[in-house]
Design a protein around this ligand. Structure first.
Ligand SMILES: Cc1cc2nc3c(=O)[nH]c(=O)nc-3n(C[C@H](O)[C@H](O)[C@H](O)COP(=O)(O)O)c2cc1C
Length: 332
């Protein structure tokens, strides 16, 4: 790596930690070294109930990898990213290397700024459809990362949201799922992971919008039932070439590029991954022309700013030297 200063390394890792992650588990560790910045999965943070395969964990890690890449690009470095570079260690999910200098364009700068401004938004969006060219730019962002963002037409959208709703209803019957939600939502202002109660959002009138309810068993003062937008703009993000860790890492990078592009354009977004956790329901949307290997369902629109969720400090996520420690689960 050589050419990255300590300050640049810390800036890049700080940016990586801003990535979205399933239940805000932040399942990452970073090893800065001569080869570049290595990204490792912290397996103790994988969600056993909803993510036995590790799909959501890898998508989260992919999003962190994209942030590292954007940070390096913003620092004037061209970068080269290797996914799963060590066949003997599947925890080592990526190495992002700085290779030479490049000029920094306005787009890189804006995407970098968007990293800190992006937050998941679980509230209602305005009843104003984003302009077509903006949605096209989101699709182009996915394409840049080898993925496809498909905006559903009204009939597809209603069918998709119906499946998400079914997935959400099924999930809630599962006591292990509910226990995981309880463990990963928190009213502790000092906690550095999990969802703070302010980020849970309101209930949707008539359960029309199947936002994941992160607090079905918690009392949140002032939580209201509100009407969501009438014509939600919903898209699926798909990747080609199978359905395993490498594809999930690609999907995570594409997802994050889409989310940053959305933020840059003043658009809010929320994710629905309940469907991805239900193999039977997921099977129903696989195989269509535009729905090969769907890895995420998302909603975009205009909305007031959503609250930020906390992040672990750099000391918690940076590992100097080997081996990568296996940390015990931090579930309370
Ligand atoms: C793989 C993955 C799955 C997610 N699934 C959902 C979901 O089903 N519902 C939801 O509201 N948010 C979902 N999120 C968003 C996370 O909850 C969110 O990123 C995390 O709490 C951190 O908050 P932030 O995005 O505001 O920084 C998901 C994020 C990732 C990366």
């Amino acid at each position: 790596m050589g050419s990255l200063t300590e300050k640049e390394i810390l800036t890049a890792i700080e940016a990586a930690t801003r990535a979205p992650s399933v239940h805000n588990t932040q399942p990452w560790l970073f090893l800065p070294g001569a080869e570049g910045i290595e990204v490792h999965a912290d397996l103790s943070r994988r969600l056993a109930a909803i993510d036995p395969q590790g799909r959501a964990m890898h998508i989260s890690l992919g999003a962190a990898v994209l942030n590292l890449r954007i940070a390096l690009a913003n620092g004037g470095h061209s970068e080269c990213t290797l996914l799963l570079p060590d066949p003997d260690d599947p925890r080592h999910v990526a190495t992002v290397r700085a290779e030479g200098r490049r000029s920094v364009g306005l787009e890189e700068r804006e995407l970098f700024v968007a990293i800190g401004r992006r937050h998941s938004n679980r509230g209602p969006f305005d009843n104003i459809r984003p302009p077509g060219p903006d949605l096209e730019r989101l699709a182009a962002a996915a394409e840049l990362e080898g993925a496809m963002l498909h905006f559903a037409d009204p009939a597809e959208r209603d069918a998709l949201l119906g499946l998400v709703r079914t997935a959400e209803t099924r999930r809630r019957r599962d006591s292990a799922y509910r226990a995981e939600l309880l463990a990963w939502t928190t009213d502790d202002p000092y906690r550095e992971d999990g969802l703070p109660l302010e980020a849970v959002g309101p209930w949707s009138e008539m359960a029309a919008m199947p936002i994941r309810d992160f607090a079905p068993e918690r009392e949140i003062p002032g939580r209201q039932t509100v009407r969501f937008e009438w014509e939600p703009v919903v898209a699926t993000l798909s990747v080609h070439g199978g359905d395993g860790p490498k594809q999930w890492l690609r999907a995570g990078q594409a997802l994050q590029r889409v989310l940053l592009e959305a933020t840059r354009r003043g658009l809010a977004a929320s994710l629905f991954s309940q469907l991805l956790e239900d193999p039977e329901l997921l099977g129903l949307i696989r195989g269509g022309e535009h729905r090969m290997s769907v890895q995420m369902v998302l909603r975009v629109g205009y909305a007031p700013l959503a609250p930020a969720s906390p992040r672990r400090s750099l000391e918690e996520v940076i590992v100097r030297g080997r081996p990568v420690p296996l940390k015990p689960p931090k579930l309370t």
